[in-house]
Ligand binder design. Sequence first.
Ligand code: SF4
Length: 450
Amino acid sequence: MDVPEPVLWDTVLEERKASIITKGKQKKHLKCDIDSVAGCVSQRACVYCGARVVLNPVTDAIHLVHGPIGCASYTWDIRGSLSSGSELYRNSFSTDLKEQDVIFGGENKLARAIDELVAKYPAKVVFVYATCIVGVIGDDLEAVCKAAAKKHNIEVIPVQSSGFAGNKAAGYRAACDALLRLIQPGELSSAPRVNTINYLGDFNLAGEFWIIKNYLKQVGIEVNVAFTGDSNYKALKNATRASLNVIQCAGSMIYLAQRMKELYQIPYLNISFLGLEDTATSLRKIAAHFGDESIMARVEELIERETAKVKPVLDWYRQRLQGKKAAIYVGGGFKAISLIKQFREIGIDVVMIGTQTGRKEEYQTINDLVDEGTVILDDANPSELEKFMLEKGAHLLVGGVKERPLAYKLGIAFIDHNHDRKHPLSGFVGAVNLAKEVYSTLCSPVWQYV
Ligand code: SF4
């Protein structure tokens, strides 16, 4: 696995060097939150993908992709958010635009598709996603959706997510704009209820939202609605009844939280339910916000009870994983920050860490948390990931579906912390699941044969 140094260093383009730092060796700040460098194979996804990630978990909505059929392949199956009710969201509908539509316009086809879907499925809301080609040919999504909404007397909401118009972060914003249109309170909306939260930035992957909802219920806090895991039209319509918004994935939801604060005076808190330390801190933070002594006492009881259950198991894993090195490359900053602490809990050092859409303040926290010598990078490409994983001697890569082949080709263990997972990684139970997965992949006998 020894690759000569000059070959590896050549893999970093001059324009990319300001987005990569090594803690202790260079200045603290890296360049982030900017467009990808032309010519680099960015690991970021497109605008449409970002919008789909956020909106697709709305379970009883019709999700209609206005574009060529290929875009519609990004669907429920590659995220796996779970529902306790409707299963309509698991369908991926598409207008399947062809050459003729590109030449003559796709508006009529879109209007017909909405008519057909609404006749077949009794939904109260349709999300219509714009894709690259729709942005190019200039179909008026707003007008078609407005006419369809009037005709069918339901909400038809355009999502301005043409793939080329930015990166995944712009898609998050497009999705939040669509949600803001949906949650506008009507005249009969009731006032916010005490000790009630909205849980933003959780998509109920493998049932993660249900775990956190259950913790909160045990301490006397009600979850009004999650944005958007296991959510539905009716619950989202009542979103302004919460007295606090808590944000798990800030990258996707901070904009929505800020707008809800401006429009509806709902305050917000950043939290994270990944790992023991952050789960306990987040529960305490929410309880402290409400200032209710009985809630605070119940939070302490819950933390003590749940920690006692999982601590011996994590200790067992820590003894076996001590000294291993992890590389992390995930979508947003909140996850990266929690993972540094979570790996420490099981004895693993983080030697390389990066995100697709992290913000300046998140990178500052990352820099404060990691050890000297850790490489921190924003919007990396595969050759950079390869270079730094090899240079730092990482035994494990944590990433998403696009990073998996890279790890396996290098003979490095891999964990999907994004799309393709069947077990929850949130809360106390999630901390054990992560440790178990890390152990099974890192200590697998397969690495003896690579
Ligand atoms: S980049 Fe464009 S064509 Fe590709 S999936 Fe995104 S919207 Fe569709």
